[in-house]
Ligand binder design. Sequence first.
Ligand SMILES: *Cc1c(COP(=O)(O)O)cnc(C)c1O
Length: 366
Amino acid sequence: MDADSAPIAIELKPTSRPTSARDRAEVLRAPGFGTYFTDHMVVIEWEQGRGWYDGELRPYGSFTFDPAAAVVHYAQSIFEGYKAYRQPDGSIRTFRPDANGRRMQRSAYRMALPELPVETFVEAGDVLVRTDREWVPEGAGRTLYIRPYMFASETFLGVRPSQHVTFCCIASPAGSYFKDGVKPVSIWVTREFTRAAPGGTGAAKCAGNYAASLVAQREALRHGCEQVVFLDAVERRWVEELGGMNIFFVLADGTLVTPPTSGTILEGITRDSLIQLAKDDGRTVDERPVSLDEWRDGAASGAISEVFACGTAAVLTPIGRLCWDGGELDCAPSGEGPVTRGLREALVGIQTGTAPDTHGWLHQVC
Ligand SMILES: *Cc1c(COP(=O)(O)O)cnc(C)c1O
């Protein structure tokens, strides 16, 4: 075991002034998404030649950084996201945190950042959720969203992998994504912008991918759509994914089709879980390229009966209107389809402990 693969100790230094039960209840009444944070955070430092050190849980609070900190110049930065769910037996469990830990290692490799041991990644989330367990909201669709991330914290303007890196894990209570019930989203097909090219960073969960998607998202909003879908960068023909969600097509015979994650598509853990659940249900799942033409023709003819996007934050979102430069069509004229709904219920059932955890995906925290 080298220095970077041995688990790192996390020392507990909790706050002496936690949020009062009354103030917390006020926040948990309408947590929204990404606005409020719990009382603590976990921070672990890394230095070239020394490895990971100084792991600690400490009061949530600002970092101070030098104006020459590498991350704000060269965006050497990655992140993850997963959720903690209250269970019927009163325990709190997270969903597949080890898969997030492994993905963070792959992202780290691509961005020349150090790999955090998966065990430590999971432990960081566990320590935080255990300490701030009162912040896990109760109620349908309500969760504690856990956000681990890592960034180049060295003060240096030279262009090379940072020799000082900071890992941090914060948590934010999240309300139900669908406040007024599930409603199909409208999607804009961008032709001007692409998200990922072969050999690029599309498969890494890196900060820059999100920065690069915002202008396309703005283009979508200008065209009256809520989300943007990207085509491949080479032929501008194949459907890849949304800015932060993978995409699935349901064919008329019940087959599921999703584009293959061969380097330009982020390997979603929701995507992976849904492929498994659909197979459990006896469905055929094809991971193959889908062209924009196939989508448009299939939605018009009925060969494609449902389309949905998926990711940790929104779980499954049906896609309704598809708009492009020159036309539009409705992929969900009668609202959410039965396959989309069935898959969401199967996944959420496991996550919230109302259905058997047949694949051992839940991780008990406390
Ligand atoms: C995080 C992310 C997803 C969804 O991944 P999950 O693990 O399911 O949350 C999909 N696409 C992109 C670009 C992402 O960053």
